[in-house]
Design a protein around this ligand. Structure first.
Ligand code: GDP
Length: 298
């Protein structure tokens, strides 16, 4: 099974210790192991390659070669490069509410990614922690139970959900939600869009249309960390066709190694803002690059 990357690295470099100067080839050989480990952790190949090049530049140019603990020093270089690629230490996390009320948040993603659950989690956090008045609205007219599912979630969290009116289109529901939010002085309105099992043109067109109409301050893409490379392809598609301001990565409570976060960040340039860490509505965490880097390093 997978052996921790940092352990592997330390072993490889420490083996070379005492052999005098490390050559560039020694470093390259060790970095091949890093590449394999990154791929095993679901990091996309081009992203892994970029990262390795960065680490190589720093490792070869530095005192790693003469260091008494070259392994540890390389682990630190890899760790720093990972943190940087994930947005940098202390990168802003959580939702940006810095806009005139009502602030609209559009939730997008594939069906089953955890979009509706995340909408409920975010609503609960904004209500309890930030003392915001939040309105939840489901624009999913394709799955009959979807609007009811969100209403039930809203009930559990004590957040208001937009009353369901059958046979309205997503745009009509969005208009009603925005209008209600303005009239009744809500701080935040969360619009949960429909998902599909796989990306299709109709889904993208619908989501893009809703986005143009609602001009949300945040467009959050919800992706399942367990889907690895597929998560990266999903992120690319949504970013190209709809445009996203941030990513919510769900199911980090599973054993996914977190490499998808790195790839999604690289592909979209959008920050990972929140992590879903369980089915319960309070299982929502801020994203800390250091933690995911640690998880990838193992
Ligand atoms: P949607 O189709 O994207 O709206 O997905 P749902 O919100 O309905 O979630 C699908 C399933 O995933 C539900 O059973 C959720 O309880 C579960 N789920 C959502 N987020 C998480 C998470 O962070 N961790 C775990 N373990 N399960 C989650």
């Amino acid at each position: 099974m997978f052996e921790g990357l940092s352990g592997k690295l330390t072993a490889v470099f420490d083996r070379l210790r005492g052999r005098g100067a490390l050559s560039e080839e020694d470093v390259s050989a060790a970095l091949r192991e890093v590449r394999v480990a990154l791929l095993e952790a679901d990091v996309a190949l081009p992203v892994a390659r970029d990262l390795i090049n960065k680490v190589r530049e720093r490792a070869v140019g530095q005192e790693v070669i003469r260091s008494v603990a070259p392994g540890q020093q390389v682990v630190k270089i890899v760790n720093d490069a990972l943190v940087e690629a994930l947005g940098g230490a202390g990168a802003p996390t959580g939702i940006d509410l810095n806009a005139p009320a009502p602030v609209a948040i559009l939730m997008v993603g594939l069906q089953g990614s955890g979009k509706t659950t995340s909408s409920g989690k975010i609503a609960l956090r904004l209500k309890n922690r930030d003392r915001k008045k939040v309105l939840l609205a489901s624009l999913d007219v394709h799955r009959p139970a979807a609007q009811q599912q969100l209403a039930t979630l809203a009930n559990q969290t004590g957040v208001t959900s937009l009353p369901i009116i059958p046979f309205q289109t997503p745009l009509e529901i969005a208009a009603r939600a925005l209008d209600t939010a303005k009239r009744e002085l809500y701080d935040v309105v969360i619009l949960d869009t429909a998902g599909r099992l796989a990306i299709d043109e109709a889904l993208m067109a619908e989501v893009a249309e809703v986005k143009r109409f609602a001009t949300p301050h945040e467009t959050l893409l919800v992706v399942d960390a367990m889907t690895g490379q597929d998560a990266v392809n999903t992120a690319r598609e949504f970013h190209e066709k709809v445009g996203v301001t941030g990513i919510v990565m769900t199911r980090v409570d599973g054993d996914a190694r977190g490499g998808a976060a790195l790839s999604m960040r690289a592909v979209t340039g959008a920050p990972i803002k929140l992590l879903g860490a369980g089915e319960k509505l309070d299982a929502l965490e801020d994203f800390h690059p250091e933690r995911i880097a640690g998880r990838i390093l193992g």
